[in-house]
Write a protein that binds this ligand. Sequence first.
Ligand SMILES: [Zn+2]
Length: 399
Amino acid sequence: MLGPVVPASHLAGILSDGIPRSITELTGLSGLARSTVRERVGELVSIDLLCPTGQTVSRGGRPTALFQIRDDSWLVLAVDLGVRHCQVGVTNMFGTLLATHRMDIDIADGPDIILALVTQVAVNLLQRNGISPDCIRAVGVGLPGPVEHATGRPIDPPVMPGWHQADVPAALRSHFGVPVLVDNDVNAAVLGERLLGWPDCSDLVYVKVSTGIGAGIVSHGQLLRGAQGAAGDIGHVLLHSTARQQCRCGRVGCLEAAAGGDAIVRTLAQEYGRDVTSLTDVVRLAQAGDAQVSQLLRESGRAVGDVLVASVSLLNPSTIVLGGTLGELGDHLLTAVRETVYARGSSLATRDLTITRSKAGADAALVGAGVLGIEHLLSREYIQERIDLATGTLSMNRP
Ligand SMILES: [Zn+2]
């Protein structure tokens, strides 16, 4: 059966900034007829997504009701999985984190152990914060590897042994019984970064520089995933054809193999004879102003900049933010990225280009995982399905 010509999700999208509005205001902002707005708002109230919230006085002096998206009973479970860390959080429909828990993990323990752990942590988190599981309407997950968008499954993830083709959505759906949206952690991070730091920026690139290197791209206000979900996977772009460094993906000469965290650790330990075994050691030395580490961070920044020059030509972003352990570490890497991109990018593409550090910091991917869920809940298909269920045009028993 055909849904209404103008979906209610259009109005829900307008209200997703959290500002309560009257029917008159929604009529003006949506460009729809007042009767249509009234009808669609009624539908959104019937599925409990909108609620009346106080009143304002109209120009005629009469009180009129304001409507807003519920911030108490429509919540999203957000999961940010890294190679060594896991964050679980609960967000409302505006992306505000209501509760979080962070712990150390080893992603190589595999999907069965890690997803059971995530589920248990989430259950405890809800309990501890007095949040009813019924309020969780969707689960959003960021994974540290390539994710096939159509299935939500990781595909040949270089740093996630045992996770190839793992059915992450099914594993979490079996417990929570709600839609599960899975994406690459950098795709999640660009959504979180935009929400927290750059709400008015429609062309944003988030570059994570850590053990791995990757980019999340928002173009024209939309997350750019590409055909399979691999857009922005810049860590394995060939940097120089003469480079010989073996990458963890199996090839040689990748950006990540020259500029990622492992490369810096290896150079410090093997070439400079320093007592360095992990990225944590690199961070400690950088914060102490170590000259060799500063030099390596600048080299890393130049390599990242070399690859970003091509990205700037292809995408013409207005803002590039650097995130991740190395991307947010001091000024050396950032300065080298800026110098390289501004020197080599075309003048039109770089004239108003901002290159800066992440504002969202360590929360970018977690909040972004929440945004994955929020965007699904506000999608035309999801809202129409809820309305059809509420009005009885769709059987509850339909699979
Ligand atoms: Zn590689």
